[in-house]
Design a protein around this ligand. Structure first.
Ligand SMILES: Nc1nc2c(ncn2[C@@H]2O[C@H](COP(=O)(O)OP(=O)(O)OP(=O)(O)O)[C@@H](O)[C@H]2O)c(=O)[nH]1
Length: 758
């Protein structure tokens, strides 16, 4: 059991010491020897930083977070992912596997700032967790392994951060590794992320002798003790760089500082003007505070990303990173959310995470955009159109939750009592406040263009990608079926990327997920958290189907139910679309005359008929992609119900799609494998047998980085195979690239296998 050692002080109980979360009374638990929560009551909004940490798996996010908590005084011992005793990785599986699965929100104070930090997972199966976190954050720290530079997952997460316009700071971690390379990492940020790195520090020493950094803004040399394993890095020396320092370092710093000043002047007009008017002859005289202000403007405008370096494991460089978070990343009121304007001082918050606690029920993480949240109050959930009662309000300290009397805009809060709220819902104070905000939005000419008044005042949730894997799940006995259903519905509220459905033919419950690891973790959680030993069927790939040709057809439904005769005739055309350009979705349209002729109810019935037929393809029953349908005519005799019209349309669709010729589409994944040169040929040989197409092989220090496309069906259990092939000396990431047509031979084999002929 690895939960043995309590990380926190005796006074600060953690869930490892207790069977489940206990909610402590306001301030009552705080021990004297752990930093008091000075500003648990609401800090000034300009002093709040809502920050995410994002990176490739194993870059060191969790280790960095642990150091931040330690240096800011919230833990008394340093947690270690390798020993399984970190604060942020608090789920049992995370401790055992040493990876971060759920985003854990952690609140702490650094100097005079309140930092709400979300540790996001690096594994590609959990990108939705990252996306969800980015949605509610104002800034992010991208952590890199300085010996690897930008890795596959960082690219994905970076793109997500760009989508949400989140300003970033980069931290080149693991500078203690012999292969750590500053210029390589900077170049890879430039090349692969297409970002503009603004280097703010120069490392002192390299590999094992990495001892600190020189801050290029202040010319201060920050040095940590080398080699003493017991040193926690809390104390470090800070002194101005002077002539007693090595000449090479002095020269490197001089050059880097000049380059920094020129780069910032290029990116920021205000700074350029200051430079030209006041410091044209002597760049060195630029006050560091003016340079810092300019770097901040550049970061907020996303014209550049500050780059810092350090080694979290060796306790070096984390305090300057904390300073950079407060100095360069935005306060909540520096981000522009229209909603804040529309809600004015009324409450508006987004539920970005739901957790289930056995005693307390659902715990909902909220980001407050405007107004004030108070416990013991009723709130209105716009998405569910329901009133909910919030019983308690907490500040989340990883697995520690501190009860507070109110919370204002800009903060992240944890609430107890919201029973219907699902990840992605918008919470406001009342229905009338939403209506008032909608009126302001309309007067403003903003939002609400598509779905009427209400849509404009709802915060946009997170797009959930389609799951690529599925399998059946069965309880040990039928008596446990209801418990399993409850467990699955709780897990779905927490994790919208998990889909559960019942197979209409077999009646079996089907679990659909983002990857093997995702499904494995869900299985594990059902056992641990809900005490149900379930049986999973074999993991199957979520194929799709499409059509090959354009076909027009008609169909008539003539059915008498009871006394009533229903007669409908439908004519329609189905047409294949380019899967890439249509992003794979299916469309439906009605001819212009029909649009005018049909009542809204009938139009809805026709569209429902088309959409339901898109869910099950004629070949293997998989959902369809890339099909466009045009309804040519609909003739209905009086007395025919809307349900019968839908049924007629579905039947006609099935007929048309069968005539149109069918094609199975399979998920084609992009794979990146980092492997030592000595194992490259084994990995290549194996990929050839998996129908893989190699796109590129790059060199990264002593390693090769292999980029390929491989059908997902060939990748089951790949992590075990790769470990065997390379004696554990390789890592890989796998991500859905596109749904691609299977070739006729492979498709035949699949059809035979699925129909039991093979
Ligand atoms: N040499 C070296 N190793 C480090 C450093 N920081 C972290 N590590 C090691 O890198 C491994 C991964 O660290 P984590 O902190 O779990 O990384 P992570 O990014 O949180 O990983 P996931 O949560 O699985 O995505 C662990 O074995 C750490 O001990 C560092 O500064 N130097």
């Amino acid at each position: 059991m690895i939960w043995g050692r309590c990380l926190l002080t005796a006074g600060l109980q953690c869930c490892r010491c207790r069977p489940s979360w206990q909610l402590k009374r306001y301030f009552s638990f705080l021990p004297d020897d752990v930093k008091s929560l000075r500003a648990v009551v609401n800090p000034d909004i300009s002093k709040i930083r809502n920050i995410g940490i994002m990176a490739h798996i194993d870059a060191g996010k969790t280790t960095t977070t642990e150091r931040m908590l330690y240096y800011s005084g919230y833990t008394r011992a340093l947690g270690d992912v390798d020993d399984g005793d970190t604060v942020t990785d608090f789920m049992a599986q995370e401790r055992e596997r040493g990876i971060t699965i759920q985003s854990a929100a952690v609140t702490f104070d650094w100097k005079s700032y309140r930092i709400n930090l979300i540790d996001t997972p690096g594994h590609v199966d959990f990108t939705l967790e990252v996306e969800r976190a980015l949605r509610v954050l104002d800034g992010a720290v991208a952590v890199f392994d300085a010996s690897a530079g930008v890795e596959a997952q960082t690219l994905t997460v970076w793109r997500q951060a760009e989508k949400h316009h989140v300003p970033c700071v980069c931290f080149l971690n693991k500078m203690d590794k012999p292969a750590a390379n500053l210029s390589f990492s900077i170049e890879s940020i430039r090349q692969k992320l297409k970002a503009n790195p603004v280097l703010l520090q120069i490392p002192v020493g390299s590999g094992k002798s990495f001892s600190g950094v020189v801050d290029l803004l202040t010319n201060q040399k920050l040095s940590w003790k080398l080699g003493s394993s017991g040193d926690d890095g809390r104390k470090f020396e800070s002194k101005p760089l002077d002539q007693s320092d090595e000449p090479e370092l002095l020269q490197e710093v001089n050059e880097a500082r000049t380059a920094l000043i020129e780069q910032v002047a290029d990116l920021d007009d205000e700074f350029a003007e200051l430079l030209l008017t006041d410091f044209g002859d002597n760049f060195d005289a630029v006050p560091s505070v003016r340079l810092q202000e300019a770097v901040r403007r550049v970061t907020l405008a996303r014209k550049g990303v500050p780059v810092l370096c350090g080694s979290s494991l060796k306790n070096k460089g984390v305090q300057p990173l904390l300073d950079a978070i407060t100095a360069y990343l935005p306060a909540p009121d520096e981000r522009h959310h229209d909603l804040v304007r529309w809600y004015k001082d009324d409450l508006c918050a987004l539920a970005f995470k739901v957790l289930h606690d056995k005693q307390r029920g659902p715990l909902v993480f909220l980001r407050i955009y405007s107004g004030t949240l108070k416990p013991q109050s009723a709130v209105h959930n716009i998405n569910r159109n329901s009133i909910e009662r919030m019983s308690r309000l907490l500040v989340p300290f990883a697995d520690q939750h501190v009860e507070i009397p109110s919370m204002t805009a800009g903060n992240i809060a944890l609430t107890v009592g919201l029973k219907q709220t699902v990840t992605g819902d918008t919470i406001v104070s009342s229905k009338s406040s939403a209506a008032a905000a909608a009126r302001r939005a309309q007067n403003d000419g903003g939002g609400g263009k598509k779905r009427g008044e209400q849509a404009s005042v709802v915060l946009s949730g997170v797009e959930v990608p389609d799951p690529v894997f599925f399998c059946t799940i069965e309880p040990p006995t039928m008596a446990k079926q209801a418990d399993l259903e409850n467990a699955l519905s709780c897990l779905q509220r927490e994790d919208p990327s998990l889909k559960v459905r019942v197979d209409p033919d077999s009646g079996q419950t089907i679990l659909c997920g983002m990857g093997e690891l995702h499904i494995e973790i869900i299985h594990d959680r059902i056992r641990r958290e809900y005490g149900i030993e379930t049986h999973l069927g074999p993991l199957q790939v979520a194929y799709r189907e499409t059509i090959l040709n354009e076909v027009s057809t008609t169909d008539t439904l003539d059915r008498t139910v009871g006394e009533r005769r229903h007669v409908a005739t439908v004519a329609l055309t189905v047409r294949p679309m380019d899967i890439l350009s249509s992003s794979g979705s299916c469309e439906v349209a009605l001819r212009e005359e029909l649009e005018a002729q049909l009542s809204p109810d009938l139009k809805e019935a026709v569209e429902n008929g088309v959409h339901s037929s898109y869910l099950q393809g004629p070949l293997l029953g998989y959902p369809l992609l890339g099909v466009s349908t045009l309804i040519q005519s609909v003739n209905i005799e009086p007395g025919t119900s809307a349900a019968m019209v839908s049924a007629c349309v579905s039947r006609c669709m099935l007929k048309a799609m069968k005539l149109a010729g069918n094609q199975v589409l399979e998920p084609l994944m992009s794979l990146e494998v980092t492997v030592g040169e000595e194992h490259l040929s084994a990995v290549l040989g194996d990929l050839a047998q998996r129908r893989g197409t190699i796109q590129d092989i790059q060199s990264r220090h002593d390693n090769k980085v292999l980029i390929a496309n491989v059908p997902l069906a060939e990748m089951m259990g790949y992590s075990t195979i790769l470990r065997t092939l390379t004696s554990g000396n390789a890592t890989f990431s796998l991500e859905l690239d596109v749904y691609d047509a299977m070739n006729p031979q492979d498709q035949n084999v699949l059809l035979k296998r699925l129909s039991g002929l093979l």
